[in-house]
Design a protein around this ligand. Structure first.
Ligand SMILES: C[S@@+](CC[C@H](N)C(=O)[O-])C[C@H]1O[C@@H](n2cnc3c(N)ncnc32)[C@H](O)[C@@H]1O
Ligand code: SF4
Ligand code: SF4
Length: 397
């Protein structure tokens, strides 16, 4: 377990008193080595589509430590004591990136806990970008001072995802336990715009959210797109981004209505979750048949701070240590047993690549009929529709 610098910890959670320093920090002068966020190589993508079902992604939780206190999350600072905090070792994280790249992972989502608490975050981002992986960061933004943002962008970070819990400053900052964080988010969004870096708000569907007021509030913070996290009361893996809290405790009718609200919101703001995926979640709530297989374990993975690789956040057992990860560990069984947006939404969109892979593999074995069937699946057409819906957002990575 590595040590977190005392400066980093001293910076939490009082965000307000630090905002006064930020004007000075805005005049950041770039220095040192710069790494560009990698561009997709069309040949690499094509080869991955036919050989593996497309580029994969991995959610990498760099630690279980958090500076915030969200009421719907078990990583919260009052829930997980500091004595239990763990941080992935720097070298282990760099090794993991190499292994993931070899296995066709081209998107790495750095998460936690709060990933900005990790003392080697910039090195990890740089190594990912230099390897040809697009690196995204999910953060509460409490520690995202201007200087840190510039450093991360200079290291090759592709995109920021910033969590927002409510449609007004007070409710968001109270739930996070981070006074002043909204001002920091506003400043961060200004810098992202100046540096032409994509940022998306991530809103957990909870009782804190006023869906009607949300677009205006997100716009006031500088966001132009939002992705919703579907509410989680329980997860069996190491990942603690869930809680048995009234904030995410819904009856089936309430949850179906909340998904309907998100669908309606699409008419007023850029909601990244595809419409067909929101409809799939409504069928899930009604216990109806699921149409789209989840690709977690096949193209998507979760890696924890101990470097154990899991199929997803919703699995009881890890697949293996990252050091043992190879093609023989892949699982594809059509699972649809949970509602985690990052796996379920992405699986719908990746369906077309997986169908091309299936068709190619069938034809290679001389089975033309099977190949044609794979391409003609209804889920392939739906996947194309979902990609078309979100193409403007996807292509900005
Ligand atoms: C666990 S956090 C880690 C990254 C960072 N600390 C943050 O909050 O952005 C990742 C995402 O999980 C969401 N989350 C936390 N608890 C949740 C729950 N019970 N249900 C659904 N999403 C949840 C957060 O709002 C956040 O957007
Ligand atoms: S949602 Fe993120 S910021 Fe909030 S307690 Fe969980 S890990 Fe920390
Ligand atoms: S549906 Fe849920 S439990 Fe099943 S593989 Fe996907 S993320 Fe994991």
């Amino acid at each position: 377990m590595s040590e977190v610098s005392s400066a980093t910890l001293a910076a939490t959670p009082g965000v307000a008193r630090e905002n006064q320093d930020e004007d000075e920090e805005r005049s950041y002068q770039a220095g040192g080595k710069k790494t560009k966020s990698p561009r997709s190589n069309p040949l690499d993508v094509l080869s991955l589509v036919f050989q593996q079902g497309g580029p994969g992604f991995c959610q990498f939780a760099l630690s279980n430590a958090c500076n915030a206190n969200c009421g719907f999350c078990n990583f919260a600072r009052d829930t997980l004591p500091k004595e239990e905090w763990e941080f992935v070792e720097r070298q282990g994280a760099l090794d993991a990136i190499d292994i993931l790249h070899k296995q066709g992972i081209r998107y790495l989502v750095l998460t936690g806990g709060e990933p900005t608490l990790h003392p080697n975050l910039v090195d990890i981002v740089r190594h990912g970008a230099e390897s040809g992986i697009k690196v995204l960061l999910v953060s509460n933004a409490g520690l995202l001072k201007p200087h840190k943002i510039h450093e991360l962008i200079d290291a090759g970070l592709s995109s920021f995802i910033i969590s927002i819990d409510a449609a007004n400053v007070t409710d968001h900052e109270e739930n996070r336990g981070l006074p002043g964080v909204c001002e920091r988010i506003r400043t961060a969004n200004e810098i992202f715009a100046e540096r032409n870096i994509k940022a998306t708000a991530s809103v957990t569907m909870s009782r804190l959210v006023d869906y009607d007021a949300l677009p205006e509030f997100l716009a006031s913070l500088g966001f132009s797109s939002v992705v919703f996290s579907y509410p989680l009361k329980y997860l069996p893996s190491f990942f603690l981004g869930y809680r048995d809290s009234h904030l995410v405790d819904y009856t089936a009718d309430e949850l179906e209505a909340a998904y309907e609200k998100v669908k309606q919101l699409k008419k007023r703001f850029h909601v990244v979750n595809p419409l067909l995926s929101l409809e799939e979640m409504q069928r899930f709530v009604r216990k109806e048949e699921q149409k789209y297989e989840c690709l977690a374990g096949f193209r998507y993975f979760f890696l924890d701070w101990q470097l154990m690789l899991w199929r997803c956040h919703h699995w009881e057992e890890p697949m293996c240590s990252i050091y043992d990860f190879d093609e023989t560990k892949l699982i594809r069984d059509g699972c649809t047993r949970c509602m985690i947006n990052c796996y379920r939404d992405s699986s719908l969109m990746q369906g077309v690549a997986v169908s091309m892979h299936d068709a190619y593999q069938a034809v290679r074995k001389g089975n033309i009929v099977e190949g044609a069937k794979a391409l003609g699946r209804k889920s392939t057409i739906d996947s194309i529709r979902a990609v078309a819906e979100e193409f403007s957002w996807i292509k900005k990575f």
